[in-house]
Design a binder for this molecule. Structure first.
Ligand code: NAP
Length: 299
């Protein structure tokens, strides 16, 4: 992989390109969308709360007058909503250069998605798995397209239990469930990239993590929220690994970017480390089969 130092100035112009950023109503997603729009991309904010999405779009237009930003409803915890989002988007667009699978929930109390999946695995992984599958025809039809999956340092503690993915047989551990969902993001990256390579096809698939970034994500864990005030970086910095994974011309399939500072918690983006479990091809294949079965989306 390439140079350790990378900033927004290194990001190539994005004029004429079309991007979707999920969870762009706040935090890292908002800053990712802002930077892409600032470089000329047409960006659709995939958001579950339309009003919050409209405020985010206004904020982007205020930073970059003339920015091309649209807001579209997307609830990743509802497969019907994911399908409707993709159908509408494909009805209105002839290309999709960048799909940024960024949205996420962290360490929330036990809940299920509309389709009955554990909320963190269901939102962070299955929703994005289904979304990517629905949008694949458009990504394939667009030259030089990319999918970026936003994972986390938390993936290092991930250890998916494929026999009890919805926590029906174990006492719920919301921290473990988050780590598992973030491991799933990297295994999904591995398997999707492998499939694209096998077919010699677009899109290229990369991943990123934002280290420790001060956002609303930590709302369920006050300890992290408090510590983040001192240890976290701001959302614009937290968005840089995603932006590099999305736009660096030297990036390769499966490349994974994170902050280059101590323990990958802060700093400019560079190549990030990943756990042994995140490299396991058999786990990636098992996750893929299970995801197809649960979502009913095969690709
Ligand atoms: N912050 C960190 O230190 C950190 C560290 C590692 C990884 N990450 C990852 O970074 C990504 C972005 O998180 P963030 O830190 O920017 O947190 P955030 O500010 O809470 O942003 C998360 C976004 O996801 C959206 N979202 C949640 N559930 C959704 C659903 N069902 N459908 C559609 N959108 C949904 C949220 O929408 P609402 O605005 O409606 O809540 C919000 O826009 C996540 O994948 C997270 O796991 C963050």
């Amino acid at each position: 992989m390439q140079a350790a130092s990378w900033s927004i100035e290194d990001m190539p112009a994005q004029d004429g390109r079309v991007a979707i950023v999920t969870g762009a109503s706040s935090g890292i997603g908002l800053e990712t969308a802002r930077a892409l729009a600032g470089k000329g991309a047409g960006v659709t904010l995939g958001v579950r709360d339309r009003e919050k999405g409209n405020r985010a779009a206004d904020a982007i237009r205020a930073s970059h007058p003339g920015a091309q930003v649209a807001v579209q409803h997307l609830d990743l915890a509802d497969l019907a909503s994911v399908r409707a989002f993709a159908d509408t988007f494909q009805g209105e667009h002839r290309r999709l250069d960048l799909l940024i699978n960024n949205a996420g929930v962290m360490m929330c109390p036990f809940a299920t998605t509309r389709d009955g999946f554990e909320i963190q695995f269901g939102t962070n992984h299955l929703g994005h798995f289904a979304l990517t599958g629905h949008l694949l025809p458009l990504l394939r039809a667009t030259g030089d397209s990319r999918v970026v999956n936003v994972s986390s340092l938390a993936h290092w503690r991930g250890n998916l239990d494929f026999d009890d993915i919805n926590w029906q047989r174990r006492a719920y551990d919301s921290s473990q469930a988050y780590c598992d969902s973030k491991l799933a993001n990297l295994l999904f990256t591995l398997q999707l990239a492998q499939k694209m390579e096998a077919s010699g096809d677009n899109p290229m698939v990369t991943a990123a993590h934002p280290g420790w970034t001060r956002t609303d994500l930590q709302r369920h864990v006050w300890k992290y929220r408090f510590l983040g005030l001192f240890m976290g970086q701001d959302s614009a910095m937290g968005a840089l690994p995603t932006l590099r994974a999305a736009t660096d011309p030297d990036a390769l399939p499966v490349d994974y970017y994170g902050p280059s500072g101590k323990k990958e918690m802060r700093g400019p983006p560079a190549a990030a480390g990943r756990s042994e479990r995140a490299r396991e091809r058999s786990a990636a294949e098992t996750l893929w089969r299970l995801s197809e079965e649960l979502t009913g989306v095969s690709y």
